[in-house]
Ligand binder design. Structure first.
Ligand code: ARG
Length: 582
């Protein structure tokens, strides 16, 4: 839980930095002046003050003078030298040189656009990345949700993000898929998703054929070679299978409102030979048990870049994709979102890239790569999340259930009486999908979490439902006031007198700093925690400070509006659609 002191401390820190710069410019010869910044206790004196003037004046005097006539003049100079910053709305010097600054305007003037400034221009976020002909499972759901949030935070910070779907669309499994396709559909043009039906079942059936029939197995192995050789009939069949899978993936992305651009494993095939050749010329690739490998210090197995049968593998593709992203796409930060089980693979690929001189060896220098690992999704039994029939859980079924459960709640509350069918539907989606996303994002991603509909759809505790309702409630307070809040923003004054107003206001001011922390550390749970605390601080304010009909109505409505704005921005960054009424 955030407390007042923590919040004050943080805004203070930000302001202290600003005043430090001003002090350096004001008295460049004094090297040991610490900025003294305090929160103003009296509302009309702005919000914070810098109290250095008096002490500084006597110090300079003690040294035999200085260019200032008195503490107020020192205060004036400090004010004049304040760097340009969006934080400070207005400032003035009072009494013996106290420099008062008011930072509240920020709350209303685009705090939601007050984005962190990162030092890079372009990033690749490699996420979701399911495999063709296999079902997208909850692991891919985690990657999709976490990756999307990271991409959103980077985009918000003005980074150009290439959202990459590194689909598993290549490999030996295509041999059996294609042969099975030929067997079942001699007239291949007629094949479409309705004909194939369930692609996962199709995969299983071909695997069965592969395991049971050695003649089929042989044909499948030959099919791989013919596919890789570019034979048209095989290429077409492959493309058809990919297209069917793609449509299924896309329907999930559409529901989750996630944008992705597919550059699957096959995309990098043409570049692999020259990349491996480059590494070989650098003397990095060695022969080992018939395969070609890179030995890496600190790992007890080598990175295999060419298999003993001469084929390429997951690592050859990832090395090549990294090369492509650095050299062709000019990305400075390349982020991979997969389960922690793939951590070693990525550590090895990154290490190889460092030895090859593609990446600097220093940890935080750009261009750089990061593996964003995440834990398992568990069922109630504490084991890997599965359905009763021990199959992997189908993503679409999960989303369907989340939606229908939240729809049932809305109907129970008889919302269908005054809402349109669309409104019910949209709200059920926003709440249901939002709940699934938030339940995932709020945990530290490295820990496993238990998938529990009842918990994630509860309107109490740290859930999306609670947060979405809190937002809707704020909107309804504003609506009920009958005031035009846009008009108030132009003419009204925001002042934070009550302790709970102050706590809320200062929490709001930390928004940008939190996004930066969540984004640079690749930890979306930091943003969730901020949002939850924001909502808690709002509740406290609302139960202790009357809004409508009070003398402070205007100011308090503005505080409501600022809270709603920041909540919406948090929702946006978490990929959650806000609702405005409940
Ligand atoms: N297709 C892989 C899987 O399902 C994930 C790919 C992640 N990205 C990458 N560049 N290797 O496990």
């Amino acid at each position: 839980m955030a407390n007042d002191e923590e919040n004050v401390g943080n805004v203070k820190k930000l302001l202290a930095r600003v005043f430090e710069l001003s002090l350096q410019a004001t008295v460049p010869d004094e090297t040991d002046v610490e900025p003294i910044v305090t929160a103003s206790t009296v509302g009309r004196f702005g919000d914070y003050q810098c109290n250095n003037a008096m002490g500084l004046f006597s110090k300079l005097k003690g040294k035999g003078g200085g260019q200032f006539r008195g503490p107020p003049a020192v205060g004036q100079a400090i004010m004049k030298n304040l760097p340009q910053t969006e934080m400070i709305e207005s400032c003035f010097v009072a009494g013996p040189g106290f420099v008062n600054v008011s930072i509240l305007k920020m709350l209303l003037d685009g705090i939601d656009t007050w984005a962190p400034k990162l030092s890079i221009k372009r990033a690749v976020v490699d996420f979701s990345s399911p495999n063709i002909a296999k079902e997208m499972h909850v692991g891919h759901l985690r990657s999709t949700i976490i990756g999307d949030t990271i991409a959103r935070m980077l985009e918000f910070s003005h980074v150009d993000v290439l959202r990459r779907n590194h689909v598993g669309d290549w490999g030996t499994q295509f041999g059996m898929l294609i042969e099975h396709l030929f067997e079942k559909f001699p007239n291949i043009e007629a094949v479409n998703e309705t004909a194939i039906g369930d692609l996962q079942a199709f995969y299983k059936a071909s695997k069965q054929r592969f395991d049971d029939d050695s003649e089929f197995k042989e044909r499948a192995q030959k099919a791989v070679v013919r596919l890789q050789g570019g034979e048209k009939r095989y290429r077409d069949a492959w493309a058809q299978i990919c297209a069917i899978s793609r449509r299924e993936f896309d329907s999930v992305y559409k529901r989750l409102k996630v944008e992705l651009e597919e550059k699957g494993e096959s995309f990098y095939n043409p570049f692999i030979p020259s990349v491996i050749e480059g590494l070989t010329n650098q003397g990095l690739v060695e022969e080992s048990e018939g395969a070609r490998v890179i030995f890496l210090e600190g790992f007890n197995i080598p990175l295999i870049v060419v298999k003993s049968d001469g084929g390429y593998n997951y690592a050859s593709t990832d090395l090549t994709a990294l090369w492509y992203r650095l050299n062709e796409e000019k990305a400075e930060w390349i982020i991979y979102v997969t389960d922690v089980g793939q951590q070693q693979h990525f550590e090895m690929v990154f290490k190889a890239a460092k030895i090859a001189g593609w990446l600097p060896t220093e940890a935080n220098k750009y261009p750089r790569t990061s593996h964003v690992g995440f834990g398992l999704v568990l069922g109630e039994d504490g084991k890997r999340f599965r359905t009763r029939s021990t199959e992997v859980v189908r993503l679409v079924d999960l989303l369907d259930e989340a939606k229908s459960r939240s729809k049932a709640v809305l109907e129970e509350r008889e919302k269908d009486k005054d809402w349109t069918k669309e409104e019910i539907d949209q709200t059920a989606e926003a709440v249901g999908y939002g709940a699934v996303k938030y339940a995932d994002l709020k945990n530290n991603r490295l820990t496993n979490y238990t998938f529990n509909f009842d918990q994630m759809l509860s309107d109490k505790g740290n859930t999306a439902v609670y947060l979405l309702y809190a937002h809707a409630r704020i909107c309804s307070i504003i609506r009920k006031s009958g005031k035009d809040v846009e008009e108030l923003k132009k003419t009204g004054v925001l002042s934070l007198e009550h302790q709970d107003e102050r706590v809320l206001g200062l929490h709001l001011l930390r928004f940008s700093e939190i996004v930066e922390e969540a984004c640079t550390n690749l930890l979306p749970n930091i943003l969730c925690e901020y949002l939850y605390n924001l909502s808690e601080n709002f509740s406290k304010f609302y139960s202790n400070c009357q809004v409508i009909g009070s003398a402070e109505e205007t100011s308090r409505l503005l505080l409501c509006e600022a809270t709603a704005m920041v909540m919406r921005k948090c929702f946006f960054l978490l990929g959650i659609t806000p609702v405005y009424k409940i």
